[in-house]
Design a binder for this molecule. Sequence first.
Ligand code: TEU
Length: 496
Amino acid sequence: LGNDDWWRDAVVYQVYPRSFADANGDGMGDLEGVRQHLGYLSRLGVDAIWLSPFYTSPMADGGYDVADYRDVDPMFGSLADFDALITDAHALGIRVIVDLVPNHSSDQHPWFKAGLRDRYVFRDRPNDWESIFGGPAWTQVEDGQWYLHLFAPEQPDLNWDNPEVRAEFRDILRFWLDRGVDGFRVDVAHGMIKAEGLPDVGQKDGPQAEMLGDERVPYFDQDGVHDIYREWRPILDSYPGGRMAVAEAWVSSPERLARYVGPDELHQAFNFEFMMADFHAKSFRTVIEKSLREADLVGAPTTWVLSNHDKPRHVTRHGSLARARAATLLMLALPGSAYLYNGEELGLPEVLDLPDELRQDPAFLRRGESRDGCRVPLPWTSTGDLGWRDPWLPIPSEWAALSAEAQEDDPGSTLNLYRAALALRKRHPALGGGTLRWLDSPKDVLAVERDPGLVVVLNTGEEPVALDLPGEVLLSSGPLPADGTIPPDTTVWIQR
Ligand code: TEU
């Protein structure tokens, strides 16, 4: 599978297993569905897949509530299905990253059910911490004690001061490494360690999770969390073939993020700045410069993300498919690795009109925010049921036109744009690697030169722009007129 540093410029495709592909026809995606679509992923050109949780789970938070860290939920298949998936993926040169959820388990985990309170955070009295999903972060049990859950009440926080918890996770890492996984996506990687004495936050305006700012809350981004990664790194390094870990850490600055990455800790951290940027040349430039600061600090390229299972899809966030395609071509030309979210290659929008009674996100019940609209199953075929029987969330009928089948042979389709971009990325050393130099450009236009010899231009303005850039257009996110101008909401890759 090539070199140990594969992750530095990899394109990683996030599979949300429940929504990707359903092999057994029960309306939920499964691991066999993923295996059956490896050909599709290989033709798309991704280097790796990241599987969101498929472990035994009551699904109170889409599987981010794990009851058994060493088994597959029957809804998704079996360990044998996992082994078959990894074998076939590796045969196609596709690496496999799994999600690790160390901050909390399910309340159906045997430890919690057996009442092993020293492995969780139990107190006689709650403090003022709020759950990320809304409401207090504490729930009372029969005898009057309270337990901490930064997320849903069904997700009790584990006590990482307990050596048994640490030993268990080292063992879980080895369990999946022994099965051949190439890496881990570490969920809530800035959680786990809470400030000594669990001090009150004290501030009462707005959900605490949005107050990250410069004053860090006492339950996130605590120094002690780095000891855990220093314990994990030698385990990863003891396996051959470049096993890696990427942190999902929502922290306040590139400097704080950089602390998670390095030769003694994790290989990468998601850089969410790009996902939070507006569709405007100036905001993209600001965010790219900020992101490159992180890369400089850690001495390794950063990561880029436009969509995931927690945020509205970028077609909807940026306001149109043309803009989404333009943002994608910008992302795929930046130095570092890119994380794609299943369905973005089809140009799927956020589903905004799901009936309330079908929504399943615990955040919806508690604070009225729902992440279900980006978790609607992927349309595979253009006819009838779009490749699903009774899907767990209804697929809009208009998505027939966006199905993988409908886009397969259409040269202008989003699917074929992603394929062309990823194929070029494999061939062109300036994409994913190399250096970046800003070029002078009119307002509303972003122009960078990527060494060697590639120029990327994005027009976020309302008028076409004429640029005097000699070279051959390698790829464009939308149709280009014959007069040599770049239309609004378009990115082009030009070979100098
Ligand atoms: O997300 C962590 C996290 O901080 C997000 O919940 C974020 O604050 C929220 O989505 C804002 O929209 C991870 C997983 O990605 C998410 O799906 C889980 O629900 C959460 O952890 C708990 O495991």
